[in-house]
Design a protein around this ligand. Structure first.
Ligand code: FNR
Length: 404
């Protein structure tokens, strides 16, 4: 029996149990992967302040994200093809999240459909992530389907209108379902547990799309399909009509720049996510955690600021909260849990992150996550704020309110 103690253990197990094509789809960034790596390593630049002889009883990590109660400020990020990491992956992850008391966000590019997840949860709410495609009729339909499924927040992703190149996906010929080429068959033969699961489920296509977009039965190459269907002309105007049509809580995902953060505030959204898509889009961009403080400084009083990218532990969650994130998201950590051990693996991932968060918060002398701020950090790298300061000054000159 493998003893699983941390997210890295789940990653190693997933690598053994999931076909290479799908494991590498998760464990990759775009081009040189420098932003993907920086997302994780920049957390190491933040040092925590140890405090002692503080009463550590009665701790709570409970808080809210866009007005919804959460057991800790961690949601499951939208991840495409989750149902290829493990049979019925989205359903299993949604169940684990519900049991734990954190939001699950279903990707537009999921294998299990909105309706599959809704049925599996007995109508309980979850969050839905929207990609905007050229076919607006299809987008309207998707928004309406999310409403009918009682989704309680819409996460609109703004940073993937054209796709960043991920070398491994090209080499592996990523597709869903996988093409039955000799290398794929040989590799899948070494993953019997995964294969049996897949044989036992009818869900092997993009459930939100196949059967809903005319002429799409199967998607050869994901990147090819994306480049044909996703709308490169997406604008803040579209954000406006999506907000109106949706009418519920709206979260804008993929903000890295203070100017875009200001536009997100102007759009009337309820929250924004500081995110670079897990280092899968603009390679050479700054890490997400290093982009967070300037955005909190610029707009944190006017919109709920969330972040994702590189979180691998509860300590990382605590650091993001200390820098002003009101919520965080994990992508790969739960996907590795799923590939490693199915629903139990996602639960394990959430339990480990919760325990790390709870104990580390206490060792920093705090008992309530809502009261954590930057004073629990020894310092914040000044260059993180400094490189955005010129932008902040320009914004302050344009909009006097921002200077306050
Ligand atoms: C993603 N991400 C993503 N985001 C989104 O809005 N829609 C999607 O379909 C996907 N798909 C996707 C697939 C895979 C395999 C990964 C790893 C990521 C990005 C995701 O929501 C989130 O921003 C990152 O995963 C956060 O970084 P970490 O936690 O994975 O480091």
């Amino acid at each position: 029996m493998t003893v699983v103690t941390c997210v890295e253990d789940l990653r190693l197990l997933a690598k053994k149990r999931v076909p290479r094509m799908f494991y590498e789809y998760a464990d990759s960034g775009s081009w040189t992967e420098s932003t993907y790596r920086a997302n994780e390593s920049d957390f190491g630049k933040l040092l925590l302040r140890q405090r002692v002889a503080v009463n550590m009883e009665n701790r709570s990590t409970r808080t809210t994200m866009v007005g919804q109660e959460v057991a800790m400020p961690v949601a499951l990020a939208p991840v495409g093809l989750t149902g290829m990491q493990h049979a019925d992956g989205e359903i299993l992850a949604a169940r684990a999240a519900r049991r734990f008391g954190v939001p699950f966000t279903l990707s537009t590019m999921s294998i299990c459909s909105i309706e599959d997840v809704s049925t599996a949860l007995g109508g309980d709410p979850f969050w839905f992530q929207l990609y905007v495609m050229k076919d607006r009729h299809f987008i309207e339909g998707l928004i309406d389907r999310a409403k009918s499924a009682a989704c309680s927040a819409l996460v609109l992703t703004l940073d993937l209108q054209i796709i960043g190149q991920r070398h491994k996906d090209l080499r592996n010929g990523l597709s869903a379902p996988p093409r039955l080429t000799l290398p794929n068959i040989l590799n899948m033969a070494t993953k019997p547990r995964w294969g049996l699961g897949m044989l036992g489920t009818p869900r092997r296509h993009f459930g939100n799309i196949v059967g809903h977009v005319k002429g799409v039965a199967d998607m050869g190459s994901l990147s090819e399909w994306t480049s044909r269907q996703f709308d490169p002309a997406l604008s803040w105007r579209d954000v406006e009509w999506i907000k109106d049509r949706w009418g519920g809580k709206l979260v804008l995902k993929g903000i890295q720049d203070v100017e875009d953060a200001r536009l997100a505030v102007d759009s009337g959204a309820d929250a924004l996510i500081v995110s670079n898509h897990g280092g899968r889009q603009l390679d050479g961009a700054q890490s997400s955690i290093s982009a967070l403080p300037a955005i909190v400084e610029a707009v944190g009083q006017r919109i709920e600021v969330h972040m994702d990218g590189g979180i691998r532990s509860g300590q990382d969650v605590l650091k993001a909260v200390a820098l002003g994130a009101r919520g965080t998201y994990i992508g790969r950590p739960y996907v590795y849990g799923l590939g490693a051990m199915g629903e139990q693996g996602v639960t394990k991932c959430l339990e480990m992150i919760h325990k790390e968060l709870d104990v580390t918060m206490a060792l920093c002398g705090h008992t309530r996550i809502d009261q954590v701020d930057s004073r629990i950090l020894l310092d914040v790298p000044q260059e993180w704020l400094a490189r955005s300061r010129p932008r902040l000054e320009v914004l302050s000159a344009e909009k006097p309110a921002l200077a306050a």
